[in-house]
Design a protein around this ligand. Structure first.
Ligand code: ADP
Ligand code: ADP
Length: 229
C-alpha cells in the first residue's frame, strides 16, 4: 500500500447560492521519501487538496490515508494532533512570528511536538548557521523561507507540504529554495509535496500530479528527475 493515498476526495464550497466543487473525485498516491509536485493553473484546486491532505480543512467525502491513518475520518481534535505532529507546512509568504528571532521561531514550533529535532541543527541544515539571532525583518525573502522550512522540519514531520514556496522569490533565490527542498528529500528521506502553477519546475520531481478543474488530469512518473542545480 502507498504511504499516502487519496481516494475519491470531494470538497465543495458553498458561496451563497453557488456551490463550487474545488476537488472533484481526486485520487492519487505518494510514496515515502518522494519529491512530488502538484501542478495546475490558478483555481484548479491545488491548495484545497494540500489543505485537506494537511488536515487544515476537511473533505466532504473520500478517503485520505497517511501512513495507515484515515485523515478524512479524524475528529477535529485528532486533526489538531495530526497537524501538529505529522505535518510540516511551508507557505508562499513564510508566516514567521515577526518579534521572534529565527532560532525562536523554530524553537516555538519544536516545543509543541512529540519528537522535535534540535532547532540549531535544523537551522544549520537550511544554511542559516550565522543568522539564528536575526529577526525576520533583518532577513531576505529567501532566508525567511529557509527559516520557515527549518521550522517545519524541526517538527520531524512525516510529510512536508509546501504551497507555492518560491512564489514570492526571484528566479535564483527560488531555485535555491527548491534545491533545499529536493536535497532534504534526498538526504533525509523526507516526503515532500510542492504545489505550484509553474510547469518549469516539474522535471525536478519524482512524481508530477497535474490538477485541472478540481480533477487529476494526469500523473507522470519520472524515474530520473533533474537535480536542481
Ligand atoms: P489553486 O490552489 O489551484 O489556485 P484553490 O484550491 O485555491 O485552487 O481553489 C479551487 C477553487 O475553490 C477555486 O474556484 C476557488 O475559488 C475555490 N475556493 C477555494 N477555497 C474556497 C473557500 N474557502 N470558499 C469558497 N471557495 C473556495
Ligand atoms: P512565475 O512562474 O511565478 O511566473 P518564474 O517563471 O520566474 O515565475 O518562476 C517562479 C519560480 O520557479 C522561481 O522563483 C524559481 O524558483 C522556479 N523556477 C522556474 N524555472 C525553474 C527552473 N528551470 N529551474 C529551477 N527553478 C525554476
Amino acid at each position: 500500500m502507498a504511504y499516502i493515498s487519496l481516494e475519491h476526495v470531494v470538497k465543495r464550497y458553498q458561496m451563497g447560492e453557488v456551490v463550487i466543487t474545488a476537488a472533484d473525485d481526486i485520487s492519487f498516491d505518494i510514496d515515502k521519501g518522494q519529491f512530488v509536485i502538484i501542478v495546475g493553473p490558478s483555481g484548479a484546486g491545488k491548495t484545497t487538496v494540500l489543505n485537506i491532505l494537511g488536515g487544515m480543512d476537511q473533505c466532504d467525502s473520500g478517503t485520505i490515508l497517511v501512513d495507515g491513518q484515515d485523515v478524512a475520518a479524524c475528529s477535529p481534535k485528532e486533526l489538531t494532533t495530526y497537524r501538529r505532529y505529522d505535518i510540516g507546512f511551508v507557505f508562499q509568504f513564510y508566516n514567521l512570528v515577526q518579534n521572534l528571532t529565527a532560532l525562536e521561531n523554530v524553537e516555538l514550533a519544536a516545543q509543541i511536538c512529540k519528537h522535535p529535532l534540535p532547532a540549531e541543527d535544523v537551522l544549520r541544515h537550511v544554511g542559516l548557521a550565522d543568522r539564528m539571532d536575526n529577526f525576520p525583518a533583518q532577513l531576505s525573502g529567501g532566508e525567511q523561507q529557509r527559516v520557515a522550512i527549518a521550522r517545519a522540519l524541526a517538527k520531524n514531520p512525516k510529510l512536508l507540504l509546501c504551497d507555492e514556496p518560491t512564489g514570492a522569490l526571484d528566479y535564483v533565490t527560488g531555485k535555491s529554495i527548491l534545491k533545499l527542498l529536493q536535497d532534504t528529500c534526498r538526504q533525509q528521506g523526507m516526503t515532500v509535496v510542492v504545489i505550484t502553477h509553474n510547469t518549469a519546475i516539474t522535471p525536478m520531481a519524482d512524481r508530477v500530479i497535474h490538477i485541472k478543474n478540481g480533477r487529476v488530469d494526469r500523473v507522470e512518473e519520472q524515474p530520473s528527475p533533474m537535480p536542481v542545480e
